[in-house]
Design a protein around this ligand. Structure first.
Ligand SMILES: Nc1ncnc2c1ncn2[C@@H]1O[C@H](COP(=O)(O)OP(=O)(O)OP(=O)(O)O)[C@@H](O)[C@H]1O
Length: 546
């Protein structure tokens, strides 16, 4: 029973617990329900809020999209308008493009044609190339052949080089020989000149210039080797009353008639100019009465002075091949009234400046103090010199020819040579002298200045004759009166010794001048008969006067 009771109590307890549990479950269920409902309510509220918010956002979004669509629409409309406008212009563009397409089409056609012709050319070139290849092959074969000949060519070259060197040696030997021969030539030339006579006389008769009566003069033919001239005089009565015809024959180294030109005359004297280049002193005088042609012979444009200077230039150039170098300087003096004037100096100093002659016996050279010396490095300078001299003379006299008749002019050319190979030196002087008129004016006819001039001319010409005569008579050491006149003193080293002298006796063809002509020819004959120096001069005697 207890057990029963306990079981029933236990059962009752279990029921109570069960009931309590059921109540708690119900309570929990209620709580859960109310909680659920509350949560449901909250959730509904949240959903409503979210829905509202979403709707609001949707509305906003819609509004924004609507706005955007309308903007896009208007933009599209604008684009459409633009496109329409472009569509209008594009018609033109299409036409242009079509034209361009046509042009391109044509170009394409042209290019095709060009390409075709290029293809043709290419084919041609290809065939040419084949030919060239063939030629090249032939050339290669030839080169091979030549190369195989190369060694023989090399050999020929060596032979040629050897021959060239031999030829150069020969040239050097020949040059040495040439120089030696030049020295021999100088010696022989000098010997020939000496054999011809260290003093020579040429006679020149000028042509008549007007209708004046000419003297009866027998002249050599122009072509003949003329050496004789004869003045055929008129009839003369002897002291016994007999009438005889007196002729005056003369002989000189050379006689030139009126037709002779300066060129013909120069030919004869060019050898003396050569002697000056070879180192000798040479004097060429023109002697004769006023108007007989002295200046024409010496200083005219084609006279002896310009010709000599030209020859010297030419020969000096030629001698350069034989290693000779020349320098030359010229001065032009005047001896007037026994005073020396510088014809290349200041014209206002004429007849005022005192110039002195100085000799150097060691070098056998003469200098004149204070005179102008011109370096003749150009042949045209001689013209300048001659013109200057002429000008100075015309300043010193009213007429240049008046002055030239009464004074001696001396053109002095100093030639200095140096052989760069042998070291030889030579120095020669060429003096070209135009003497004062030789007419003998009677002292009684002259007075004052004229008398003084006449006296000094007569004195200096007589002195010249004396010096030449003394040289001719002279034995070594014999006195030669050089100092007796300025002219002979100036020319001391160019007169006598080994120097060479040539005198032109210029004569007029006129009857009126016959007496002076005879005087001149007699003076010249004395000179011509003079023997000077070591060599024998060619004997020139006057043909017997009948
Ligand atoms: N061979 C010639 N041929 C042509 N004319 C000449 C010849 N010789 C001289 N004459 C002329 O004769 C004139 C006188 O000559 P030139 O002046 O040379 O004489 P000159 O002897 O020098 O006289 P001067 O003593 O006065 O100086 C000049 O007009 C000149 O041109």
């Amino acid at each position: 029973m207890e057990l029963e009771r306990q079981s029933s109590a236990h059962k009752m307890k279990i029921r109570d617990v069960q009931q309590e549990h059921e109540r708690q479950v119900r309570q929990l269920q209620d709580e859960m329900r109310s909680r659920f409902e509350e949560l449901q309510k909250q959730q509904q509220e949240q959903i409503d809020s979210i829905t509202r918010e979403a709707n609001r956002q949707i509305d906003e979004e819609r509004a924004a999209r609507t706005k955007e669509v309308s903007e896009l629409k208007s933009e599209a409309e604008k684009e459409m308008a633009k496109l329409e406008a472009m569509m209008d212009g594009s018609g033109e563009e299409i036409r242009r493009l079509r034209g361009e397409v046509q042009n391109l089409q044509m170009d394409l056609n042209n290019e095709r044609m060009t390409s075709r012709s290029l293809m043709e050319k290419l084919q041609e070139a290809a065939s040419n190339s084949v030919k060239m290849e063939q030629n090249a092959q032939e050339l290669r074969t030839k080169i091979d052949m030549l190369q195989s000949d190369g060694s023989s060519v090399q050999q020929s070259y060596s032979t040629l080089e050897y021959r060239y060197n031999e030829a150069m040696k020969e040239i050097q030997t020949l040059n040495q020989k040439l120089r030696a021969e030049e020295t021999v030539r100088r010696k022989l030339h000098n010997q020939i000149q000496e054999m011809k006579g260290n003093i020579r006389v040429f006679c020149r008769v000028r042509p008549p210039l007007g209708p004046e009566e000419c003297a009866n003069i027998s002249l050599p033919d122009k072509d003949a080797e003329g050496t004789q001239i004869e003045i055929l005089g008129g009839e003369e009565r002897t002291p016994f009353g007999n009438v005889i015809s007196k002729n005056h024959p003369f002989a000189f180294d050379k006689v030139f008639g009126p037709a002779a030109q300066n060129a013909d005359i120069y030919e004869e004297i060019s050898q003396l100019v050569q002697s000056a280049l070879d180192g000798y002193n040479v004097c060429i005088f023109a002697y004769g009465q006023t108007g007989s042609g002295k200046t024409f012979t010496m200083s005219s444009d084609d006279g002896m002075i310009p010709r000599a200077v030209r020859q010297i230039y030419q020969t000096a150039r030629h001698l350069e091949e034989r290693d000779w170098k020349y320098s030359m300087e010229g001065s032009f003096l005047e001896v007037y009234n026994e005073n020396i004037n510088d014809l290349l100096g200041n014209p206002n100093d004429m007849d005022k400046d005192k110039h002195e002659i100085r000799h150097d016996p060691k070098s056998m050279t003469t200098t004149v103090t204070g005179v102008t010396t011109v370096n003749l490095d150009n042949p045209s300078k001689v013209e300048i010199i001659l013109n200057r001299a002429m000008k100075n003379r015309s300043v010193a006299a009213t007429k240049a020819n008046e002055r030239s008749s009464r004074s001696h002019s001396v053109f002095i050319l100093r030639l200095m040579g140096y052989n760069t190979a042998t070291g030889e030196r030579c120095e020669g002087t060429l003096n070209l002298v135009d003497l004062a008129g030789s007419e003998r004016l009677a002292h009684s006819q002259s007075t004052g200045d004229r008398l003084k001039e006449t006296q000094s001319i007569n004195k200096s010409l007589a002195c010249l004759g004396d010096v030449i005569a003394a040289l001719g008579n002279g034995k070594d050491g014999n006195h030669i009166p050089y100092r007796n006149s300025k002219l002979t003193y100036l020319l001391q080293y160019s007169l006598g010794g080994n120097s060479k002298t040539l005198m032109f006796v210029n004569i007029s063809p006129l009857q009126a001048h016959l007496a002076e002509t005879l005087t001149s020819l007699k003076f010249a004959t004395k000179v011509a008969n003079t023997y000077i120096g070591t060599a024998k001069s060619k004997k020139t005697k006057a043909i017997t006067e009948s």
